[in-house]
Write a protein that binds this ligand. Structure first.
Ligand code: HEM
Length: 359
């Protein structure tokens, strides 16, 4: 509906639909109204609206990274950075929102909790789509055998199909992995005039041979086993040879080399956007796991160790998910492999020129 020639605020926003969508079950005839059920509904709805915006931003990012060639100096990449940073700000807000929910006490909740069964946030399709779009893999989930089901407390067939199909399309983690693999930094043609620091060749590429020995020198005696992790994460040596923590979530050693190189030389302007994208993905994981933790603590306060309405073990399940559901853990692990800036090998002129560092 319009007033005069322009739009009318309530109709543009379809407020009639949105504001007519809160129906507390305890307010129905024959029930005892539970005051806090209104808050419970509104807070979930607010979350779901923000989830929708997050998915909208992530779909854009996926579209850009699905292109065969992503220009590192392009507007597209800058927009991805900007929109991923928006996702971070939204997640920050979603973390804060738990404090509003916490104004409801366990006794307030108990007044209407039984009416909800077996509905649960566990059935939030949009939350599962966010996880799948980012790249949380089914087999990496805590108790994955029971999270995605269509029996009581699970999903409808239709929601189940949609989640299933999101899990089978390329995730942001996979697309970023491919983008990093395509980085041309290590082409031989850029390194012909490179002056190696170390002539004892343990690794074919001169840069990585140098970096490996600089990294080894940076390790304290009790950290020396980290060199094996380095060999595994970046040089592709087999996992059996590794004694440390192998946190592989699907990133290849070529992609890890690209990511580490960007992290190391991020002060060069051409790497700024790529660096910020990687850093923002790590931040998304940070805020998501922050939310999981706050939600877990809130659930413990609210229902103690009782089972959830969605039929999981409740707090026990949520604690496992906090520990296990990191998505960009390999990117976060890059800080284990950094060395001091002043010790970094000087890049060869050819590479510097090709990357447009100097005119
Ligand atoms: C009184 C408040 C709440 C309680 C007691 C509660 C309880 C639980 C419990 C016990 C679970 C585990 C599944 C189950 O067995 O039900 C769960 C999962 C979940 N809840 Fe809540 N919840 C509350 C509020 C919220 C809110 C406001 C949201 C926002 C959307 C939310 C979103 C979720 C999501 C997404 C999951 C799945 C988490 C995962 O699998 O990692 N919950 N909740």
């Amino acid at each position: 509906m319009q007033t005069g020639n322009g739009q009318y605020y309530p109709s543009y926003l379809q407020l009639e639909k949105i504001l007519d969508a809160q129906t507390p079950l305890s307010f129905a005839e024959g029930q005892t109204p539970a005051h806090d059920e209104m808050l419970f509904i509104i807070i979930h709805q607010a979350y779901e609206l923000w989830f929708k915006q997050i998915l909208f931003e992530l779909e854009f990012v996926k579209k850009v990274f699905s292109k065969e060639k992503v220009d590192d100096n392009s507007e597209d990449l800058n927009l991805c950075r900007h929109r991923l940073q928006r996702v971070v700000r939204i997640l920050e807000l979603l973390n804060q929102q738990i404090t509003v929910l916490n104004t409801m006490t366990p006794l307030d909740f108990l007044e209407f909790r039984n009416l909800l069964t077996p509905a649960s946030g566990f059935q939030s399709k949009q939350f599962r789509l966010i996880e799948a779009t980012l790249g949380l893999q089914m087999e990496k989930r805590h108790q994955h055998d029971y999270y995605k089901r269509t029996n009581e407390g699970g999903f409808t067939q239709n929601d189940f199909q949609q989640i299933e199909s999101a899990e089978h399309t390329q995730s942001i983690l996979q697309l970023v992995n491919q983008w990093l693999e395509r980085m041309p930094f290590f082409d031989e043609k850029f390194w012909n005039n490179y002056q190696p620091l170390n002539n004892d060749k343990k690794v074919p590429h001169a840069f990585w041979n140098d970096y490996r020995s600089l990294y080894e020198m940076s390790l304290a005696e009790k950290e020396l086993h980290k060199l094996k992790d380095f060999d595994n994460q970046f040089l592709g040596l087999s996992a059996e040879q590794v004694i440390g923590d192998k946190t592989n979530n699907g990133m290849s050693d070529a992609a890890m080399r690209g990511a580490l190189f960007i992290m190391l030389y991020r002060d060069f302007p051409v790497f700024q956007t790529s660096f910020q994208i990687l850093d923002t993905l790590i931040e998304i994981d940070h805020w998501l796991s922050g939310w999981r933790h706050k939600h877990y603590v809130m659930v413990r306060r609210m229902i103690g160790m009782r089972v959830g309405t969605g039929n999981t073990t409740g707090a026990g399940y949520l604690d496992g998910a906090v520990q296990q559901h990191y998505i960009f853990k390999e990117l976060a692990s890059l800080s284990t492999y950094l060395i001091e800036r002043r010790k970094l090998p000087k890049l060869p002129e050819e590479l510097v020129r090709a990357l447009g560092f100097v005119s």
